[in-house]
Design a protein around this ligand. Structure first.
Ligand SMILES: Nc1ncnc2c1ncn2[C@@H]1O[C@H](COP(=O)(O)OP(=O)(O)OP(=O)(O)O)[C@@H](O)[C@H]1O
Ligand SMILES: [Mg+2]
Length: 279
């Protein structure tokens, strides 16, 4: 049984979609069976990949509105290890319908089918807020990957998602854990980015991932070409970082399995010394 990872923080433009997309492709390229689900009604995964859903493409919205069974909304890609469920290019009528149905915080839980558990990883891109679709996702996820654009303004959003995770753990989904905090668009050698990083390491020492994604024009350019940077620019710094992130997540989850087998109840993530962080 695989792991369902929500990519979430209640802040816009911090690299959630870029991370969900490039991490999923990198996991698939490492041989892990991966399902990428877009739970953001702005449908950014499909837009990023230039996918149009006029024809037979299955979408999450189809499943949420009972037009199709969840399994019928899974689309294969050219990579045999990667499947995708886009959200849908919503019409105004669809948006009204969605506002109605996403009051149900367990809607996603009620429509997913056992096929979801056949993947090694299910990566779910969330919208930049915590209500509606995000709560639906957090109710089925095993863990949350929190991308943080390295600025002080993102720090309060980290606190908000941490509080929400604790609330959900206490109520509707006890298994929910933190996959890690990921520094995105990191600007090496700027004081502001370093201060934000230092504050995060001080506040959340056990939750920081050792990989950071650098700010890199190739990542932005790839979006214009409707491709993921890891597919388009193999030499880009952000490509290397996303591949390293996939390796780190695979390794962390191997530890998870090994610890489960030795019967340990609590799995503690190793903290990373702030000064050993690669600049
Ligand atoms: N490492 C990076 N370096 C430079 N630009 C980046 C990087 N990662 C993402 N971007 C750019 O930043 C913008 C926002 O990224 P993205 O769409 O992934 O954020 P998001 O958190 O999903 O936004 P939203 O909250 O609107 O869904 C995009 O134009 C993207 O191309
Ligand atoms: Mg997004």
């Amino acid at each position: 049984m695989g792991k369902i990872i929500a990519v979430s923080i209640p802040k816009g433009g911090v690299g959630k979609t870029t991370t969900a997309l490039n991490l999923s492709i990198s996991l698939a390229e490492s041989g892990k069976r991966t399902l990428l689900i877009d739970a953001d009604p702005s449908n950014q995964i499909a837009i990023s990949l230039g996918i149009k859903d006029e024809n037979d493409l299955g979408t999450l919205y189809d499943a949420l509105s009972y037009l199709k069974a969840f399994d019928q909304t899974i689309n294969n890609t050219e990579n045999p290890n990667l499947d995708i469920i886009p959200f849908k290019n919503l019409s105004f009528k669809d948006e009204l319908m969605l506002a109605d149905i996403s009051f149900d915080q367990n809607l996603l839980k009620s429509i997913i089918q056992p096929s979801i558990f056949e993947y090694d990883f299910v990566i779910i891109d969330c919208p930049p807020y915590l209500v509606g679709m995000t709560t639906n996702v957090l109710n089925i996820a095993d863990s949350v990957l929190i991308p943080v654009k390295s600025s002080m303004l993102s720090l309060s959003a980290v606190e908000k998602v941490m509080t929400r995770i604790s609330e959900i753990k206490k109520t509707t989904n006890q298994k929910l854990s933190i996959e890690g905090i990921l520094l995105t668009m990191y600007e090496y050698n700027t004081k502001a980015a370093f201060s934000a990083k230092k504050e995060l390491y001080t506040k959340y020492p056990g939750n920081m991932l050792s990989t950071a994604i650098p700010k890199n024009t190739s990542a932005e350019e790839a979006t214009f070409h409707h491709k993921a940077v890891v597919e388009l620019y193999s030499w880009a710094r952000s490509t290397k970082a996303y591949k390293q992130l996939a390796d780190e997540i695979i390794e962390n989850n191997n530890f998870f399995k090994a610890d489960m087998m030795t019967g340990l109840d609590e799995i503690e993530q190793t903290g990373v010394d702030i000064y050993s962080f690669e600049e």
